[in-house]
Design a protein around this ligand. Structure first.
Ligand code: NAD
Length: 416
């Protein structure tokens, strides 16, 4: 049975609330979302027929600043999934000490089944439907699963047309030519690399001699693969929803990225060292580091016992269920949680937003330097708490994040 992601987010909060003796009013407050908007998105398809898609935008908390969070286009999107993702964004922004809250959006659609023109109409109509609750001072969307820089360009243009002037700060993850930030498209993967590099340094491990397996070869999975490959760390398996490739001697990531960019499936990549294996075998592969970079609910009570790794570096949001966490803890597998590990995306989104509202742009060197500073600060704070309190990395990260949000509630008070 799949775990409802919002139930999972609430369980994670309950667990940490108990550990940190969170004030019961703050807990009561934070297990709800501030607002959920459900919209119908009517689209005239290329063949002239009408189709209506359902979309969502959720603000979990804007206590610490405007909402921030991606927009997901997937046939699996549900309101509860979006609520969970918005909740995780609140904790992520708080952990990295960004002056932003948690939000998320989604449309229940398979973007691969729409033409480019249909996708544009869908994106523009979705933006128009949620326009009252987004904006640089309210909530700033970004790309997520099934969306990209082009989606953000259409969202920014639609919003700007309604307001009568160009508003680049309404979304992040835009193309560079219209107010995007250097380094944004690679930021989540780059941040993951900074975190695992620091973890290995602290624990006296040699990252170069480790073996890694990665689930999902999209925006996050391909970039963390690239960073590890540049570091000469061996990536021995990559899993996509349509199949898994395995090579004991290590995959050539530069060639695989080029192959995928030319529109081909990674399972068709020709290399004598590569074996195709069934997806069900992926999590059982013996390795040092497992990076889930696909979607939530992947490591559950049903497969956690099969895992044969030392470290899980969560690229995806919510890939591990609380029951799986318990099993992994008992097995001694270290889980570096999503809100810490994959924070690079929102950190550089924050930089993009800051650059847009100031109309002053930074170079890539500055972006990566500031990204490293922020993500490593968060890592150091979590690491210290893990050692001091003998808790998991997830609990430590949540303790820091939740206490910051609870403190903001206390300082602001409850209106009226
Ligand atoms: P994406 O759509 O670019 O990539 C996801 C990849 O996972 C796709 O290639 C897809 O085919 C694959 N996939 C889906 N289901 C799979 C399965 N069951 N097994 C194997 N592969 C599967 O999305 P993304 O932006 O890379 O996001 C991936 C995850 O990272 C999501 O959980 C997202 O919320 C999270 N995340 C993304 C960012 C970002 O900046 N893009 C930031 C933080 C977290």
């Amino acid at each position: 049975m799949e775990v409802n992601p919002f139930e999972m987010a609430k369980q994670q909060l309950a667990l940490v609330a108990e550990k940190m003796n969170l004030n019961s009013d703050a807990h009561y407050f934070l297990k709800r979302v501030e607002r959920s908007l459900i919209v119908s998105i009517p689209i005239i398809m290329d063949d002239g027929s009408l189709r209506i898609f359902e979309g969502y935008r959720v603000h979990h908390s804007t206590i610490r600043g405007p909402g921030k969070g991606g927009v997901r286009f997937s046939p699996l999107v549900t309101l509860d999934e979006v609520k969970a993702l918005a909740t995780w964004m609140t904790w992520k922004c708080a952990l990295h000490n960004l002056p932003l809250g948690g939000a998320k959006g989604g449309v229940c659609v398979d973007p691969n089944k729409l033409s480019k023109r249909e996708l544009e109409r869908l994106t523009r109509r979705y933006t128009a439907e949620i326009i009252s609750i987004i904006g640089p001072d309210k909530d700033i969307p970004a790309p997520d699963v099934g969306t990209n820089a082009q989606t953000m360009a259409w969202m920014m243009d639609t919003y700007s047309m309604q307001y009568g002037n160009t508003v680049p700060g309404v979304v992040t993850g835009k193309p560079l030519e219209i107010g995007g930030s250097p380094g944004r498209s690679e930021a989540t993967g780059t941040g993951l690399f900074f975190v695992i590099e620091k973890y290995c340094e602290k624990e006296g491990l040699d990252l170069k001699s480790m073996s890694v397996i990665i689930q999902g070869f999209g925006k996050v999975g391909s970039i963390i693969s690239k960073r590890l490959y540049e570091n000469r760390t061996k990536i021995i398996a990559i899993s996509e929803y349509y199949g898994t490739i395995y090579s004991e001697k290590g995959l050539n990531i530069d060639e695989l990225i080029k192959w995928q960019e030319s529109g081909k499936l990674i399972t068709d990549f020709k290399d004598d060292s590569i074996k195709l294996i069934p997806n069900e075998e992926f999590f059982k592969i013996k390795c040092d580091i497992l990076i889930p970079a696909a979607t939530e609910n992947q490591i559950t009570e049903h497969n956690a016992n099969d895992l044969n790794c030392q470290i899980i570096l969560e690229g995806a949001n919510g890939p591990t269920t609380p029951k799986a966490d318990e099993i992994l803890n008992k097995k001694g597998i270290v889980v570096i949680p999503d809100i810490l590990a994959n924070g690079g995306g929102v950190i550089v989104s924050y930089f993009e937003y800051v650059q847009d509202i100031n109309a002053y742009y930074w170079d890539l060197e500055r972006v990566n330097k500031e990204l490293k500073k922020i993500i490593i600060n968060a890592f150091e704070a979590v690491y210290k708490l893990v050692k001091e309190k003998n808790v998991s990395y997830r609990i430590a990260a949540y303790m820091i994040a939740v206490s910051r949000v609870a403190r903001a509630i206390e300082l602001r008070g409850i209106f009226p």
